[in-house]
Design a binder for this molecule. Structure first.
Ligand SMILES: CCCCC/C=C\C/C=C\C/C=C\C/C=C\C/C=C\CCCCC(=O)SCCNC(=O)CCNC(=O)[C@H](O)C(C)(C)COP(=O)(O)OP(=O)(O)OC[C@H]1O[C@@H](n2cnc3c(N)ncnc32)[C@H](O)[C@@H]1OP(=O)(O)O
Ligand SMILES: Cc1cc2nc3c(=O)[nH]c(=O)nc-3n(C[C@H](O)[C@H](O)[C@H](O)COP(=O)(O)OP(=O)(O)OC[C@H]3O[C@@H](n4cnc5c(N)ncnc54)[C@H](O)[C@@H]3O)c2cc1C
Length: 666
């Protein structure tokens, strides 16, 4: 009875939607074609029993890893059989939804050769990699050095006699440590090492190194390799073989040094090409951009689960003879709807960042390097902002689902365990925000010298105005005006930036100032990145948005995103005198009315993500809302329930119970 009521309940919820959900699905997917590909690949994966994933939390590490190898091989077989395009194949891997060595092969090994190899090197290595005749990983981080790339210790010493490099790990701390796919699967790696010629250190560079035999997968001579061990959570990221790697004077031919940025001649002379040396960090820029796009996927997934469950779950009160749906509590809305809004906001900023990355890549090909610093700052800052918010949001969604959110069958514990390392990998989030702050300080300091800020920092051209402009809000409705909100976020960021720049100027050595003020610099960088997200959401709404009611819903979400940030960071806005306390109070009133506006559309807004139940992997987030019978079913599947009397009863429970009986008799 109760189960059917839940099913009917979501149908009823869906009937309340005030917008064209099919049109919203296309907006979310990024276009009609993208929607069609994504929908087809999601269904393909969901209908294939090999891609089943409901047993991950109970498999031991070896079974788990073998199962991942099996899925990756099956995915590759389907990609070949169905002649899938690159876009389709990448979507298929995405919906398989299991971290695997293939992520690093396609996501970093191939891009690093593409970005840092010469034409000749690309021609030699990429076809093998595309056909998966070799499997590669990205071996940069060492046991003692992660964030500080310039501090890496592994050496690549040129031997002019044999025209070879000798790759060596001189200390324990120089052991490569963390690279995904390295531990068990990879045959090759791009290894970052110090380039040494003629006794001179020329800084770091990438080298293609074969690690394992292509015949029997055994490590090649001089290579010590293994997995670094279990990571956070059951299942979760333990499907990935993050590895360690040590080199004992391993020799590779000279032409396996990636030579787009620097070359070493036959005589051992180092030649710097005319591209900026920072291109050595280019693969990280590329991956940070994909991580921003992925943040909206992980966030929307958690929000979808929490929203559907909040509509099914009832506690206290009375609503047409039932208890109240928890989604109708204002507190639940004020925690959930800003996350829903953030999922959409991150989707759009991710789309924009993809464009920015393509733009900078095209410019680089045409030898225009002018936008590289901004691309670095945007990818670093947005990677940091979106992953931190998403990781916290997944945990908030778990709490929004009450006790059941803590069950593995809710899907949330595994999602959290898989997602949190995103705050660390591809650059620790604080280290990356400090890069943004450095970029902002440099931009402000150059304003007087006639250097014009570009792209996302153009607002700093209006510095004088932004430093003293009052906020244009007179009545509550003014908070719904996009230009008012964008200018407010610009003013906050500009004022915080200038205040920090002034404090920095008091230090005789800038490095000392950066150390002392680093916590403030992180806040400045966060304010700037939030401004980017708000303004890209607003810009998206200026485009043609087809579909009845779609634009109105997105406008409401955009306002919720901006005003909930304002509420969260009220201290910043008040202390910089960007708003008054009266205006803050009006913003709060507006937020409440926006939540009421979103409430009837909430289920449809998460349906627009178009996630299959297979991908969601959550009993609480099921499309049909049939939560309780399925929770019961999942509980019965637990191995502990395989026997009525538990294993160990005779050895450990019965003696204790008998002991108690004897004591009771005394
Ligand atoms: C089982 C359930 C499944 C559920 C799944 C559910 C959901 C999953 C959802 C999503 C999954 C998410 C994503 C998936 C995609 C991919 C992720 C997959 C796997 C993870 C891979 C991770 C791989 C790695 O981590 S690789 C290692 C990364 N390492 C780092 O990032 C190191 C960070 N450090 C640095 O980058 C640098 O050291 C530094 C901090 C920038 C400092 O550099 P340094 O040279 O020392 O110094 P300085 O600061 O002085 O800079 C000099 C100069 O250069 C400019 N600069 C710096 N960096 C760059 C750059 N990249 N590009 C351009 N310019 C750069 C800097 O600004 C300075 O300029 P200036 O002098 O001031 O002008
Ligand atoms: C799941 C996972 C997968 C990974 N995959 C790969 C891979 O495929 N290939 C690869 O090469 N690497 C990989 N890594 C390594 C990853 O890139 C590094 O862990 C990351 O860059 C952070 O470096 P770290 O571990 O040295 O952290 P640390 O720099 O040691 O950070 C420790 C603490 O110090 C703080 N800190 C450090 N520097 C500063 C500073 N200048 N100012 C203020 N605070 C600072 C940080 O904020 C943090 O709180 C992976 C890591 C994980 C967790």
């Amino acid at each position: 009875m109760e189960a059917e009521a839940a099913v009917d309940y979501l149908v009823d919820e869906r009937s309340k939607a005030q917008f064209d959900i099919d049109a919203m699905k296309i907006i979310w997917a990024g276009g009609k074609h993208e929607f069609e590909v994504s929908d087809r690949m999601a269904r393909l994966v969901a209908s294939d029993p090999v891609f089943r994933k409901d047993n991950r939390a109970i498999l031991d590490r070896k079974e788990l890893f073998k199962n991942t190898l099996r899925k990756a091989a099956h995915a590759w077989k389907r990609i070949i059989e169905l002649r899938l395009s690159e876009q389709e194949a990448s979507k298929l891997r995405f919906f398989v939804d299991e971290p695997a060595y293939t992520d690093l092969h396609w996501g970093m090994f191939i891009p690093v050769i593409k970005g840092q190899g010469t034409e000749e090197q690309r021609k030699k290595w990429l076809p093998m990699a595309y056909r998966m005749q070799i499997i590669g990983c990205y071996a940069q981080t060492e046991l003692g050095h992660g964030s500080n790339v310039q501090g890496l210790e592994t050496t690549a010493t040129f031997d002019p006699e044999l025209d070879e490099f000798v790759i060596h790990s001189p200390t324990l701390t120089s052991s490569k440590w963390w690279p995904g796919g390295l531990g068990r699967a990879s045959t090759h790696a791009v290894v970052f090492a110090r380039l040494i010629t003629d006794g001179k250190d020329h800084g770091i560079n990438g080298f293609i190194v074969q690690l394992r035999s292509l015949d029997d997968h055994l490590p090649l001579p001089g290579i010590i390799i293994g997995d670094i061990g279990m990571k956070f959570g059951n299942g979760a990221y333990n499907t990935m073989d993050n590895g360690f790697l040590r080199f004992d004077h391993v020799r590779i031919p000279r032409d396996q040094m990636l030579m787009r940025v620097k070359q070493v001649t036959r005589e051992g002379k180092v030649v710097q090409s005319d591209v900026p040396w920072q291109l050595l960090y280019g693969t990280m820029v590329y991956v940070r951009q994909t991580i921003v796009a992925d943040a909206s996927c992980a966030l929307s997934r958690a929000v979808c689960i929490a929203t559907r469950y909040s509509a099914v779950r009832r506690q206290f009160g009375s609503q047409n003879g039932h208890e109240t749906q928890v989604i109708d509590y204002r507190t639940q809305q004020s925690r959930l709807f800003p996350l829903l809004a953030s999922a959409y906001a991150f989707r759009f900023v991710g789309e924009w960042l993809k464009w920015l990355y393509m733009d900078v890549t095209q410019r680089l090909q045409a030898r225009d390097f002018s936008t590289l610093p901004e691309a670095h700052a945007c990818t670093a800052g947005l990677k940091s902002l979106t992953t931190s918010v998403t990781a916290d949001a997944i945990e908030e969604c778990r709490k929004l689902c009450g006790g059941h959110g803590y069950l593995c069958s809710s899907g949330l514990p595994e999602l959290f365990a898989v997602y949190v390392p995103a705050c660390t990998y591809e650059g620790d989030n604080i280290v990356l925000l400090l890069q943004v702050a450095r970029f902002l300080m440099k931009t402000v300091s150059q304003l007087g010298s006639g250097e014009r800020p570009v792209g996302t920092t153009t607002y700093l051209l209006r510095l004088e105005h932004l430093l003293q402009c009052p906020c244009d809000v007179q009545g509550a409705e003014d908070w719904l005006k996009p230009d008012v909100v964008v200018q407010l976020f610009e003013a906050r960021s500009a004022r915080m930036t200038v205040a920090c720049a002034k404090s920095l100027s008091k230090f005789s050595k800038p490095e000392d100032g950066f150390m002392d003020l680093s916590a403030d610099l992180v806040s400045v960088a966060t304010a700037h990145c939030q401004l980017i997200v708000v303004s890209k959401f607003v810009e998206k709404l200026q485009q043609d948005i087809p579909g009845e009611g779609v634009k109105q819903q997105l406008e409401a979400l955009c306002s919720i995103y901006a005003l909930s940030l304002l509420k969260k960071h009220l201290g910043d806005f008040l202390s910089t005198s960007c708003i008054t306390s009266k205006q803050a109070s009006l913003a709060n009133d507006v937020l409440r009315s926006l939540y009421s506006q979103v409430r009837p559309n909430a289920i449809a807004l998460v349906d627009a993500f178009n996630y299959t139940d297979h991908f969601l992997g959550s009993v609480l987030g099921r499309y049909d809302g049939n939560v309780y019978p399925k929770l019961y079913e999942e509980a019965l599947k637990d191995p502990l329930n395989e026997s009525v009397v538990p294993d160990g009863y005779h050895e450990y429970l019965q003696p204790v119970l008998k002991q108690r009986l004897r004591t009771a008799r005394l």
